[in-house]
Ligand binder design. Structure first.
Ligand code: TRP
Ligand code: ZN
Length: 859
């Protein structure tokens, strides 16, 4: 198979030229924007005479070197580069180009979002703005001048500080911005438009006043308050926990409606998907409030881990993303419930990241080869990357880790660094040997940790035998043992924590497994203890430990760690669903029922944790445990177990319902999880009452979800009422699109509704939020319809992908995920899914983004 070529990590070479200063001049017009780019270029490799600049989708107008037009014999333009011949050590290069933001539907480079000019340059979007050394190891100081008609674009924004502004002829105006911190091109940003502005101020710990400005669509100001408050919390937290302070006098955040991802950390000028900034109680759920806080934090934290210290090349992406996800998770955990935040992260790894490891796009957190960089903004790089940082934190402790951070920052501030640089700093500062640990950066796949136990009454010895193994992945066959930090504790038969000793002495709760096999022996025990292993999911592995129901119930009730209790509950539920899958007449074990009765009746339990405890493992994680099974049957088994639980615990549910019927986020979470049990059990009255009485979106959406998932007859009227109320609000309509896409009705019914929804005034295939809410949700979260035997679901996704391929390849490549994971499904489904992929591969204008995923999946 031929096609676009991959780049390899080990082929990295520094650029023979570098650019230290860049002055940009934009004259903004929707279909023909003029860009003047003046670079100070330095030759770094003696004798180099070819300067190759990256560039795409633009018209070259002129090139000057040191003020002189460059002869045509000295340059050539291709589809993705401009090659110049220059024999000078130092020169000024001026390039003028013309671009078309209006027709830029890929949303990379400079584009228009509902009339607003905005940019997205990560990873390789800057090359669509001008010809440049568009690579993260070229750091320049940027000055940006923007000119535009004042009436339509009263705000003209770019990175750094505004140093000049004024009026021009014909109703135009201009603004000039200067960013004193050298940065790579991917952090460049420009925005021009009309906004409501929220203003605030933050005083840093050293007393610097920072102006905070949040720009939102006119009329949306009240929905920006939460993001602004979150930003101040993030700035304070980073000073307190990481000793990192903000470094400019202004921090701007802009919300735009058309955006491929969540948000972007451009220096001093973050650009956000409006979905990840705007919220009020009427229109957004508690989960969305939480997500906004965490993304605001994430982008802010990038100012140090990403911007001040950036990546040498894109293979090092996890250097900034894994670390920044770790930091945003810690921020959320310090401010909210640590247990619930940890559970969220664990669900992402088990439900999404393990699936990526098992599929055709498997890669280490530091990928070895890449065709389209946009395809590597993955749960592996981000979330497994964060797990790897978290394991270092576990091994080094908070103090050692913070020493490592301080060392990393002082060594590499102002540089483009590598993952190795980070680990080296951690190692040097803490003295902990991370030699073997480094394998986590180069080895892909999910390690499987098998544990067996034995107890000898005579000697009082309790033995745990550990073995680890990583199965071959699509990208890599040979695997080695990894350094696995395993947190654990032992309980006695009453559930009391045992102060266990090993042969080596006191046990501090952490066991490091470094070999393929190892044994840990506890001594001095009177009876067989109950082990709670891999507490807090201390390593991103699959644990195989056959623990009897009674022991799991004991851990669920008594482990000192809340995540361990939840994990035991998940294991119990998983086993119940598997039993149901194998035999529909299976009955719930009485031990399981009474364990859940305790949860429902526990007045001391944090209701947010109760919500997690009574939520069943995702279908994806169930399938992952035993691939090849019929996913629709698995979905039904899962629902059935939920119904059986509700049936067995009817009184307890009512008691719990009374207790959690309180208006705060934690109780609303419990209420929502519980309402789903009622909905599946067919309790129309309860669901309808919650819908009618709801005073916030969390309660409304919980009711809608329960009605739709339970296929209650009230669901149609509830859906219409919701649509009537919110039809003018695209962000809220996304919830409605998702609801109709994930209702477990027949594929014919669901597709008819989706096709109709595509005609809705708010739907636009060019808007990624709409596409993900409707098409993405269908493929991701409606196993019954998407995976229907007829293959109609797959064919529908195939059609949408063909269309999106020409509109927005990045968006297409994201929603294709469920299709390329066909190997985890039954044989008949596999061939239906393959057929769609083959059709895509046969397209002659297939984007690099889709090509990489489709071709890998068909190998
Ligand atoms: N760096 C961004 C973040 O994680 C990710 C991002 C935003 C991105 N927009 C993108 C990545 C577009 C690739 C393409 O915070
Ligand atoms: Zn990030």
């Amino acid at each position: 198979m031929t096609g676009p070529q991959a780049k390899h990590r080990l082929d990295y070479t520094p650029s023979p030229f570098t650019i230290s200063e860049l002055s940009l001049n934009f004259r903004l017009e929707p279909t023909k924007t003029r860009v003047g780019a003046n670079s100070q270029v330095t030759r770094v490799v003696a004798g180099a005479t070819t300067l190759t600049l990256d560039g795409e989708s633009q018209k070259l107008i002129r090139i000057l070197i040191d003020g002189q037009p460059l002869a045509e014999t000295h340059y050539s333009v291709s589809e993705n580069a401009l090659e110049l011949t220059v024999d000078k050590d130092q020169f000024e290069l001026y390039i003028e180009t013309e671009i078309d933001p209006e027709n830029n539907t890929a949303l990379e480079g400079l584009y228009r979002s509902e009339g607003t000019f905005c940019t997205q340059c990560e990873a390789e979007g800057f090359r669509r703005i001008t010809y440049f050394l568009d690579r993260p190891d070229v750091l320049a100081v940027y000055t940006t001048r923007i000119e535009a008609p004042k009436a339509d674009y009263p705000f003209l924004l770019a990175n750094g500080n505004k140093i000049d502004s004024g009026e021009l002829d014909d109703g135009w105006h201009f603004a000039t911005w200067h960013d004193p911190y050298p940065k790579p091109s991917y952090l460049f940003a420009l925005v021009a438009g009309q906004f409501d502005l929220l203003e605030d101020e933050f005083v840093t710990k050293s007393g610097r006043k920072v102006a905070l400005e949040l720009f939102v669509d006119p009329g949306q100001a009240s929905r920006g308050v939460h993001a602004m408050e979150s930003l101040k919390r993030a700035m304070r937290w980073d000073e307190e926990r990481f000793n990192l302070e903000y470094d400019l006098n202004i921090y701007m955040v802009v919300a735009v409606d058309f955006f491929n991802m969540g948000a972007m950390e451009n220096k001093g000028l973050n650009i956000f998907n409006s979905k990840c900034v705007l919220a009020d109680e009427d229109s957004a759920t508690d989960k969305e409030f939480h997500r906004i806080e965490s993304i605001i934090g994430h982008e802010y934290f990038h100012n140090w881990t990403g911007n001040r210290i950036t990546c040498r090349d894109w293979f090092q992406l996890s250097l900034k993303e894994g670390l920044t996800v770790f930091r945003d998770q810690e921020f959320s955990s310090d401010l909210g419930s640590r247990a619930v935040n940890r559970i969220d992260a664990v669900k992402t790894i088990r439900g999404v990241q393990f699936a990526e490891d098992a599929g055709p796009m498997a890669h280490p957190i530091r990928p070895e080869q890449v065709i389209e960089m946009n395809n590597f903004y993955t749960v592996t790089v981000y979330d497994k990357g964060s797990e790897v940082i978290r394991m270092m934190h576990t091994l080094l402790g908070e103090e050692g880790f913070q020493k490592g951070m301080a060392c990393y920052v002082s060594r590499h501030d102002g540089q483009a660094a590598t993952c190795d640089d980070f680990v080296q700093a951690m190692e040097d500062a803490s003295g902990v040997d991370l030699t073997q640990f480094r394998l986590w950066y180069s080895q892909s796949g999910t390690p499987e940790l098998s544990v067996s136990e034995s107890f000898d009454v005579a000697s009082g010895e309790y033995r745990l035998q550990f073995s680890q193994q990583t199965a071959a992945t699509a990208d890599q066959t040979e695997k080695q043992p990894l350094h696995l930090p395993i947190k654990m504790e032992l309980l006695d038969a009453q559930g009391k924590l045992l102060d266990a000793k090993t042969k080596a002495g006191d046990f501090d709760g952490l066991f490091s497994l470094t070999a393929a096999e190892a044994e840990l022996v506890f001594t001095g025990l009177k009876e067989k203890p109950v082990a709670s292993l891999l507490q807090e999911f201390s390593a991103p592995v699959k644990l195989h430990f056959a623990q009897p129901t009674a022991e799991l119930c004991l851990v669920m009730a008594n482990a000192s760690n809340a995540v361990a209790r939840w994990d035991a509950a998940q294991s119990l539920l998983m086993a119940a669903i598997e039993a149901e899958f194998d035999d529909a007449a299976a009955e719930l074990s009485p031990e399981l029922v009474s364990a859940f009765a305790k949860v429902l009746l526990d007045e001391q339990l944090d209701p947010a944790l109760m919500a997690e405890l009574i939520t069943l493992p995702s279908v994806s994680s169930l399938l992952d445990a035993k691939p090849g099974r019929d996913i629709t049957k698995l979905f039904q088994a899962r629902q059935q177990v939920q119904r059986k639980l509700k049936h067995a615990l009817s009184t307890e549910c009512d008691v719990a319902w009374q207790r959690v019927n309180v208006q705060d986020a934690a109780n609303r979470a419990a209420k929502g999880a519980l309402l789903l049990w009622y909905g599946l059990a067919g309790d129309e009255a309860k669901v309808q009452a919650q819908f009618d009485n709801a005073t916030n979106m969390t309660d409304t959406l919980a009711a809608l979800t329960a009605a739709n998932q339970g296929l209650l007859s009230c669901r149609e009227s509830m859906m219409s009422a919701f649509e009537a109320k919110w039809r003018h609000d695209p962000l809220v309509m996304d919830k409605w699109f998702t609801q109709l896409a994930i209702t477990p009705e027949s594929v014919e019914t669901v597709l008819a509704k989706i096709n109709q929804a595509m005609e809705h005034e708010q739907f636009a295939i060019s808007n990624p939020n709409r596409v993900r809410a409707l098409v993405g949700a269908f493929a991701e979260a409606n196993p019954m319809a998407f995976h229907d035997d007829s293959g109609l679901g797959y064919a529908f996704l195939g059609e949408q992908l063909m269309q999106l391929n020409g509109i927005n390849p990045q968006c297409a490549a994201r929603i294709i995920t469920p299709l390329i994971g066909f190997k985890r499904h039954s044989d008949e489904r596999q061939s239906l899914m393959r057929a769609q992929l083959e059709q895509l591969l046969a397209m002659d204008d297939l984007s690099k983004d889709l090509f990489e995923k489709v071709s890998k999946s068909l190998k």
